[in-house]
Write a protein that binds this ligand. Structure first.
Ligand code: SAH
Length: 169
């Protein structure tokens, strides 16, 4: 129940409020992550494994940014240079920051990933940040549960307005 409550909070507050929540209540983060792992463990497929398979098929020279990396499954599973960002460090590979403002230079990554991490009501700001750090022609990968979207077509259209062309859905 606490996991569901925190999950709902993360999806209905801004990324700054989420950062504040975890700063003021570190236990909330532990509870959230235990609940998250349990929930994903019941699914037929964890999308992070699909993203890992995709990266392994592409050149290892590609630089990756993992927004909302959790326990850094991507960084620990591929040869690529992976910048892993989260609010709290579940692993030493994490750079702690709000994903609306990551410490990367503009046009410095080839692949940006949001795996079950497109949270926060300031989505536009977060996606603009991904756009900023991506090289021209880079790839953005988003994995989310379908119920998160009121209208997937509207989401894809909004992404186009932010400068992303849909390659596959
Ligand atoms: N991508 C990982 C974890 C998904 S859980 C995986 O698929 O296994 C969602 C993660 O996003 C959590 O670890 C949460 O702390 C993080 N997160 C949520 N809001 C964030 C924000 N504003 N900045 C950075 N990380 C955030």
């Amino acid at each position: 129940a606490r996991f569901r409550f925190i999950n709902q909070q993360l999806y209905t507050s801004s990324s700054r409020e989420a950062a504040q929540l975890f700063r003021s209540d570190p236990e909330a983060f532990q509870i959230y992550h235990r609940g998250f792992a349990q929930q994903v463990g019941r699914w037929p497929e964890n999308p992070v494994h699909r993203i890992i398979r995709y990266l392994r098929r592409r050149p290892a020279s590609l630089v990756v940014a993992d927004f909302g990396c959790g326990d850094c499954k991507i960084a620990s599973s591929v040869k690529n240079k992976v910048h892993s960002f989260d609010l709290v460090p579940l692993s030493p590979l994490v750079t702690v920051c709000d994903m609306a403002k990551v410490p990367l230079a503009a046009e410095s990554v080839d692949v940006a990933v949001f795996c079950l991490a497109l949270m926060g009501t300031n989505l536009q700001e977060i996606l603009e940040e991904a756009n900023r750090v991506l090289k021209l022609g880079g790839t953005l990968m988003v994995a989310e549960v379908a119920s998160r979207f009121e209208d997937i077509r509207a989401f894809v259209n909004a992404m186009a307005q932010l400068g992303f062309k849909s390659i596959s859905k």
